[in-house]
Ligand binder design. Structure first.
Ligand code: ATP
Ligand code: MG
Length: 346
């Protein structure tokens, strides 16, 4: 596991944030572990989806976690695909942190990603002074994951040019990385426990389509937005509260603001208007992650500028009227509707 930080961090990685939980799980884990894993599959599942003693870290079907773990214990890599803001990166971080103790071996895919960033580069001063040597080699996150038997995360893989993505082909099938520049011992063999979790967002599909050969080396898992209103509201509430607590603010986000936010975002995402009829689908994304970040901003504005914990009015244009919305058919039993019904006689 990566050493615990000595200074406060704005966003600690999962292995630091949940270090105590992971240590307790490791201590009590008696179930069989796949080769190279620090926890058993049962313990990883408990850590991610929680139980009566552990807080759930993600809202998703337990079967998704089970399929993801089985893939990672096999000879295929895992590709998490889905709409933006559906917790693909969060899931890959939690899996890496619990399986190998570190989520920091990460490659960030972009149009500028090069093969060096995926495999290895060189320290040019040493390369010129000594020629190619292990000392002059700068290993990538993938190289280190292969050596140490860890999980490497490849974020937004489809944002990389296809020819760069294809650098993964032989690594994923032969589990071997050749360094032809080095004399003699120039092959890195993947240690037990090594595997790769990639994420790709469906809005980017087509930016750089994956080759069929690379697709065959992955098991695809789709991560869907949260289906249940109450679960999404509870998640947004707890995430906003966690962000505020991380800032040292002992305030709770205003429940009414979050109810309006979650309801409106779901409506826009689902393309259903006030009367339940289909409306034009938005070109921008209104994900759960966006709802968390807007809810957090409203609470910060309320706390620092207005002296409250935020008001629904903040969500409308300045000067605009905050109209009381009518509940849709599928929302008749939400907390917002129950509150409105109590407030509106008749
Ligand atoms: N199902 C969920 N369970 C838990 N948290 C969620 C869920 N969906 C969204 N979130 C919230 O969204 C945040 C961001 O999610 P994340 O960055 O992992 O999404 P993503 O799918 O990787 O998005 P992108 O495609 O934009 O990279 C999480 O930290 C969490 O607060
Ligand atoms: Mg992501």
């Amino acid at each position: 596991m990566t050493p615990a930080p000595t200074t406060r961090q704005q966003r600690p990685p999962a292995e630091h944030l949940y270090a105590d939980e992971l240590a307790r799980l490791k201590k009590s884990d008696r179930d069989p572990k796949p080769p190279g894993w620090q926890l058993s599959m049962k313990a990883v599942r408990r850590f991610i989806i929680g139980d009566k003693d552990l807080r759930a870290k993600i809202v998703c079907a337990p079967s998704l976690i089970e399929r993801a773990m089985v893939t990672l214990a096999s000879n295929r890599a895992l590709l998490l695909v889905g709409e933006p803001g559906t917790a693909k990166s969060l899931l890959s971080e939690l899996l890496a942190a619990s399986i190998c103790g570190s989520s920091l071996l990460t490659i960030q895919g972009s149009a500028a990603t090069t093969e060096d960033q995926i495999k290895y580069g060189w320290n040019y001063a040493l390369l010129l002074a000594e020629g190619p040597s292990p000392r002059a080699l700068v290993p990538s996150a993938l190289y280190r994951a292969m050596q140490g038997g860890h999980i490497v995360r490849f974020e937004e893989i489809t944002r990389c040019p296809a020819e760069v993505q294809d650098g993964l082909l032989s690594i994923l099938s032969e589990r071997l990385l050749m360094v032809p520049e080095l004399p003699g011992d120039n092959a890195v063999f993947a240690a037990p426990g090594f595997n790769l979790i990639a994420t790709a967002n469906t809005r980017d599909r087509g930016v750089n389509e994956m080759s069929a050969a690379l697709k065959r080396r992955f098991s695809f898992e789709t991560v869907f937005p949260i289906a249940d209103y109450d679960q999404e509201l509870a998640l947004v509430q707890s995430e906003v509260a966690r962000l505020l607590a991380n800032d040292g603010l002992k305030i709770q986000p205003a429940a009414e603001v979050l109810e309006v936010l979650v309801t409106t975002f779901r409506e826009l995402r689902q393309g259903v208007d006030r009367e339940g009829a289909a409306s034009e689908r938005l070109s921008t994304v209104v994900s759960t992650a966006e709802a968390v970040s807007v809810g957090y901003s409203v609470a910060l504005r309320g706390h620092y500028l207005r002296g409250d914990t935020g008001q629904p009015r903040t969500l409308w244009k300045p000067g605009g009227r905050c109209r009381q919305r009518q509940p849709r058919r599928h929302e008749k039993d939400t907390p917002l509707h129950r509150k409105q019904s109590r407030q509106t006689p008749g």
